[in-house]
Design a protein around this ligand. Structure first.
Ligand code: ZN
Length: 282
């Protein structure tokens, strides 16, 4: 697909393009984010077509800035065993993505009350210690990281910002890219919500069902390539659902932004043979 905005690609004939183009125009005019192109991208593995208004370099810049904003407010874990575990799982999943252009970082945030993890564009990943009792072991952690990293490599955050529903997030993206300090503002929250890290600020913006299924499939592929048994992904979601049921109304943050239901676990079961076919235990 072309990245040249002057060339009429097939994307131009899709419904909703008029609205997307006008959103793009507003963003370009308002934000000066550099050349923001309406491009037709293809998600890895699933091959699904995506309409994305942000360039990969702007998206990575936003990911880095959002990461720094979040880390400023958090305390990192000093637990040597857990930190080493995250570093090991992170390095293996990162290698499995083949994305050497990402500047991978994996930080463990010391917060036992926060059941959460996220990956931002460009490979900036954070895991909260509160999720570790549910991930339980190395393969369980690999399932969470594989899933989160898949949202980043499949550009789901940029896709959400490009869907016209999230103009506010797009505006926040521009403010942050332009260097304006928007910390704690509604716009920064909207941006973090679009990128998948909104739960850190109490903004719950679930990924779409399509994006979730794609992240499950891609995440299990990364796990398998990295030498982790992809069946651990199914077991993780079962434990998440159990925890959620136990917690009642206070659903874990991660479950709020990555909604689960019985059909997710069924879909994961159906996708397992594909991942198991490439799984080689280490
Ligand atoms: Zn997800």
């Amino acid at each position: 697909m072309t990245r040249d905005p002057s060339s009429p690609g097939s994307a131009g004939r899709l419904p909703g393009m008029r609205r997307l183009r006008s959103v793009a125009a507003v963003l370009v005019l308002t934000l000066g984010l550099g050349p923001m192109l309406v491009s037709c991208e293809t998600a890895p593995i699933s091959g699904r077509s995506q309409l994305i208004l942000l360039s990969p370099s702007d998206e990575m810049k936003l990911g880095l800035q959002a990461y720094q904003e979040i880390l400023k407010k958090e305390r990192l874990s000093t637990d040597p065993v857990q930190t080493a575990l995250l570093a090991r799982v992170g390095a293996r999943i990162a290698a499995a993505t083949g994305r050497t252009d990402f500047q991978w970082e994996f930080k463990l945030i010391d917060n036992d009350k926060m059941v959460n993890a996220f990956a931002l564009p460009g490979g900036k990943v954070a895991v909260y210690t509160g999720i570790l009792p549910i991930t339980r072991d190395e393969a369980g952690l690999a399932a969470v990281i594989g899933h989160e990293v898949a949202h980043a490599t499949a550009r789901h955050g940029a896709e959400r910002m490009s869907q016209g529903l999230l103009v506010q997030a797009g505006l926040a993206a521009g403010a942050i890219a332009a260097g304006a300090s928007g910390r704690d503002s509604a716009s920064t929250q909207a941006l973090l919500g679009a990128l998948g890290a909104g739960a850190t600020l109490g903004v719950i913006l679930p990924f779409s069902r399509l994006q979730e299924t794609e992240a499950d499939r891609l995440g299990m592929t990364y796990m398998a390539r990295a030498g982790y048994d992809p069946r651990a992904a199914r077991d993780l979601w079962v434990r998440m659902a159990e925890t959620s049921a136990k917690m009642g109304r206070s659903t874990p943050e991660w479950m709020s932004t990555h909604p689960s239901n019985a059909s997710r676990i069924r879909d994961i079961e159906a996708m397992l043979p594909e991942a198991l076919a490439i799984y080689k235990p280490r």
